[in-house]
Design a protein around this ligand. Structure first.
Ligand code: UDP
Ligand code: MG
Length: 313
């Protein structure tokens, strides 16, 4: 019987220091897993260092190595989409290039998916010892929030490191949306997923590409892509304020009729106007964010643009 094939998808952005170490380790694991075939699909996400030339070298000497090099930096989400849609394996695994997703764990993941017939084995981390207190706080608040406002299940602390069967990969690739929040897409497509808890090691070399601002944008993306509850909440709050103002108007008319019309109370009036103005702008902002997503979606821009692949060598 022909061997099954695992495609390992690796998004890389300025990973010249980590790549040689990663490649060595992933080859060692592949050697251990003799019973399967491997394909390594690296995505060069517009790196500015020598990542691309390292990938060219890997591909020249190892037939299992394929790569797609983007015309600029499109982000990790685009990298994962390119990898998933071009992988040819019966199984596809997404791994970071910095060894925070230890290739060694693939052995156990494959065993689980094979023997216990899961569609996907995914990793999450219940402890974040390396996070600052502030990041821990925001992360836990975010998961509580998304759990409350979204119907798509999301595992707290989920990483992108996972091994999936072909049918799940096809379902993900079929979701060709431009605003990609892959962690939500994994939950949306469903399938039988086995979760393994682990503590990710430190990055083997180089620096993390995600600063506070990027993480904040990513978190917002998750909410906008998988929940419309903020729109409902703003509509409900708007309705409550309408009711309150109606009651206040009745009260003022009654007061004027009974006690006359002394001109007073302008500071409270000014405060109310400012408060309502702020609230309206805030809700317009929420609506605007959803509208912006629709705007980008209808343009149907490509998720990534490939400039070079191993076929060009
Ligand atoms: N990455 C990418 N494009 C980007 C940013 C990151 O392909 O614009 C890759 C990066 O090379 C790495 C993975 O995504 O393989 C995870 O990035 P990183 O380790 O910086 O994130 P962290 O582990 O700190 O969340
Ligand atoms: Mg990392």
């Amino acid at each position: 019987m022909a061997k099954e094939k695992i495609s390992v998808v690796v998004p890389c952005y300025n990973e010249e220091e980590s790549l040689p170490l990663f490649y060595e380790e992933v080859c060692r694991v592949a050697k251990e897993m003799k019973y399967v075939e491997f394909e390594f699909l690296f995505i060069n996400d517009g790196s500015k260092d020598s990542t691309l030339s390292i990938l060219r070298d890997f591909s020249k000497k190892d037939k299992r190595v394929r790569y797609i090099s983007f015309s600029r930096n499109f982000g990790k989400e685009a990298g994962m989409y390119a990898g998933l849609s071009n992988a040819t394996g019966d199984y596809v695994c997404i791994m970071d290039a910095d060894m925070q997703d230890p290739p060694e764990m693939l052995i156990k993941m494959y065993e689980l998916i094979e023997k216990e017939n899961y569609d996907c084995v995914a990793l999450y981390s219940s402890r974040h010892d390396d996070y600052s207190l502030l990041r821990k706080f925001f992360t836990s608040c975010w998961y509580k929030l998304i759990g409350a406002i979204s119907s798509v299940p999301q595992q707290p602390g989920a990483r992108d490191y996972r091994l999936m069967k072909r049918r799940m990969v096809d379902a993900i690739v079929d979701m060709g949306e431009y605003n990609r929040y892959t962690k939500g897409i994994f939950g949306f497509v469903g399938f039988n997923t086995k979760w393994i808890d682990y503590i990710p090691p430190q990055r083997v070399a180089g620096k993390s590409k995600f600063n506070f601002f990027k993480l904040f944008k990513y978190a917002l993306e998750g909410i906008l892509a998988f929940s419309t509850t903020p729109l409902v909440i703003s509509a409900i709050i708007g309705l409550i304020f309408c009711l309150i103002s109606f009651i206040v108007i009745i009260f003022i008319i009654w007061k004027t009729l009974v006690y006359g019309d002394p001109v007073s109370g302008w500071p409270s009036l000014a405060c109310m106007i400012m408060f309502m103005g702020g609230l309206q702008l805030f809700f317009f902002g929420i609506m605007g964010m959803y509208l912006a997503k629709v705007y980008l979606e209808v343009k149907k821009r490509p998720i990534y643009i490939s400039k070079e692949t191993e076929k060009d060598l």
